[in-house]
Design a protein around this ligand. Structure first.
Ligand SMILES: CC(=O)SCCNC(=O)CCNC(=O)[C@H](O)C(C)(C)COP(=O)(O)OP(=O)(O)OC[C@H]1O[C@@H](n2cnc3c(N)ncnc32)[C@H](O)[C@@H]1OP(=O)(O)O
Ligand SMILES: CC(=O)C(=O)O
Length: 525
């Protein structure tokens, strides 16, 4: 039986607090999920949510899916009605999707207290709705809401819900951990007990796990290990409350750990791109530390890790990052050893392997500076300048020598605050004095430097101060507080670099970061 990867980013994922997709967003997310190779895309609840109705209407002409089947989601008919006459069920057919997912009550307490109907009528609601939709030519999935809680409370009744749905023609019965309270061992036990009790083939079952115990991915994998062959999840784990099973981690675990080829060839490598693109559309900052897809998923800080990675990257990576479209990165911090510095330098195109003394000097310097509040982790450009200054053949060309700088901040009578900076520098043998105004002292200093250097370095015009971050670091060991400044510079062609400066005085800290930014940028230009 074919393994089914079923995505519900556009339905359950849209139930996450703060997410609100437009129809255009939903179409774009569906295209991305298709590129990732999922087999099913649950697009929303037509008839209940107007945007979802519109999504399915536009999908008919605007979506060309290569891998996925579009699924409309809804509920069984209401109690004591006829499925064919239920407007909500009609809405599902009007979406004109090849497949429909029905949420059905699988916990007797919900039947009696939320639906306020009888055990028997709930089974009839499921049976009638499934047979009606199957007769209309639809593939039907039944999501058994609160399956696990219901199975604990009254296993015989919950098992009869599963039997009713499958007997009515449902393609899969999906075991939902709706409240997300299960642990993997409990999932395994329930599935084993259910299959023993009613003799259902586990391949006919699916798994839908909410993440309230932070076990959604683990619970999904446990279900697969118990024989389930349909998994549901959402991009980046978006979903109601803490979310859903992250479909990227689920699929990667299935392919790379259990050896199940659940995606078409070449699709797993799309993971990072698709994950980040969907985060962008959802307007949620990508989770740097997300397993597999996060920017830090293969980032190594500890010196000992780097020393083994130098021998073989797989000694400290559980898989090769490239298989999910990610990259390994070495972070340079106070925890770096010589191997970290060597590997990071290699990443930047600088070979320190043949310069053991320079390598030791850079390692010691990084440790010293980090102890004083510097941070090179996010400031590759400053790190590169530090390495280059230790390599005779690669030493950075300093574009100017400083004689002095001065910054004034003027609060005028009308409330305007203006900053003015003057720099006195030597550029290619010439003494230059330049003054400029800015909306703050750092902006004024940056402008004054550009005025002073502009005639000799016209390429400076392309550089732009893109971001500026300040952090006050509390003093320790009897030292005063220092200020750390990170400056991000854009090169006007979509690229950029980050530099760092540290000093008790914020202007001086900024000056260091600015000078590094210009030195690095001009060196590259
Ligand atoms: C576990 C999940 O996440 S399932 C997905 C849930 N998603 C959503 O709820 C998002 C979309 N929902 C909606 O737009 C609305 O809730 C609607 C259109 C579905 C229903 O809206 P309303 O008719 O105003 O009802 P309301 O939301 O207050 O209550 C739901 C009704 O559906 C009934 N119901 C709940 N589950 C089911 C079910 N599985 N089968 C049939 N009826 C159900 C409830 O008993 C309640 O009926 P009542 O009005 O007679 O009390
Ligand atoms: C269907 C669903 O989203 C749930 O039971 O959690």
């Amino acid at each position: 039986m074919t393994f089914q990867v079923y995505d519900t980013t556009l339905r359950d994922g849209a139930q996450r607090e703060g997410v609100s997709y437009s129809v255009v967003d939903k179409l774009a997310v569906a295209r991305l999920l298709d590129e990732f190779g999922v087999g099913f895309i649950e697009g929303g609840w037509p008839g209940a949510v107007p945007k979802d109705t519109e999504f399915f209407r536009r999908a008919r002409t605007e979506l060309e899916l290569r891998h996925a089947v579009l699924v409309a989601f809804g509920a069984t008919r209401r109690a004591n009605t006829v499925a064919a006459d239920d407007p909500q069920v009609r809405g599902l057919l009007e979406a004109q999707t090849p497949a429909i997912a029905l949420v059905a009550k699988a916990d007797l307490r919900h039947v009696e207290r939320a639906l306020r109907t009888t055990a028997k009528e709930n089974l009839a609601m499921i049976h009638d709705t499934v047979t009606h939709l199957v007769a209309e030519g639809r593939r039907v999935f039944v999501d058994g809401e609160h399956f696990y809680d219901g199975y604990r409370h009254d296993p015989a009744y919950t098992a009869s819900v599963v039997e009713t749905a499958l007997a009515a023609g449902a393609e899969r019965f999906v075991l939902c951990d709706t409240n997300g309270g299960m642990l993997p061992s409990q999932v395994t036990a329930a599935i084993t007990d259910l299959t023993d009790r009613i003799g259902v083939a586990p391949e006919l079952l699916g798994m839908h796990a909410q993440n309230d115990t932070a076990c959604a991915v683990a619970n999904t994998i446990a279900a697969v290990e118990a024989g389930v062959r349909h998994v549901q999840g959402t991009a980046n784990g978006y979903g109601e409350r803490p979310g859903n099973a992250d479909i990227f981690a689920v699929v990667a675990n299935l392919q790379l750990k259990l050896g199940l080829p659940v995606l078409p060839e070449g699709c797993l490598e799309q993971m990072v791109r698709v994950s980040h693109a969907i985060a962008e559309i959802a307007n949620i900052a990508p989770d740097t530390h997300q397993a597999y897809a996060g920017a830090a998923a293969f980032a190594h800080k500890a010196g000992l890790h780097a020393s083994a990675i130098k021998v073989d990257p797989l000694l400290y990576n559980h898989v090769e990052p490239e298989v999910v479209g990610n990259d390994m990165r070495i972070l340079v911090t106070e925890m770096a050893g010589r191997a970290s510095i060597e590997l990071k330098s290699r990443e930047l195109g600088l070979d320190l392997a043949g310069h053991p003394e320079a390598l030791s000097r850079v390692t010691n310097r990084v440790k010293e500076l980090e102890a004083g509040g510097w941070s090179f982790e996010a400031a590759d450009a400053s790190f590169e300048l530090l390495v280059r200054s230790e390599l005779p053949d690669a030493a950075p060309v300093r574009p100017f020598a400083l004689e002095s700088y001065r910054v004034l901040v003027e609060h005028r009578e009308d409330g305007a605050v203006v900053s003015e900076a003057t720099v006195k520098i030597r550029v290619r043998g010439e003494r230059v004095i330049a003054t400029a105004e800015g909306n703050g002292p750092v902006n004024a200093l940056d402008e004054a430097l550009r005025v002073g250097l502009g005639r000799h370095y016209p390429e400076l015009r392309e550089f732009e101060l893109a971001d500026y971050k300040v952090r006050i670091l509390e003093g320790s060991h009897g030292t005063g507080a220092v200020t750390r400044v990170l400056v991000e510079t854009a090169n006007g062609r979509g690229g950029g670099w980050t530099t760092v400066g540290v000093h008790p005085n914020v202007v001086e800290a900024s000056w260091h970061a600015l000078v590094d930014a210009l030195t690095y940028g001009l060196g590259r230009a």
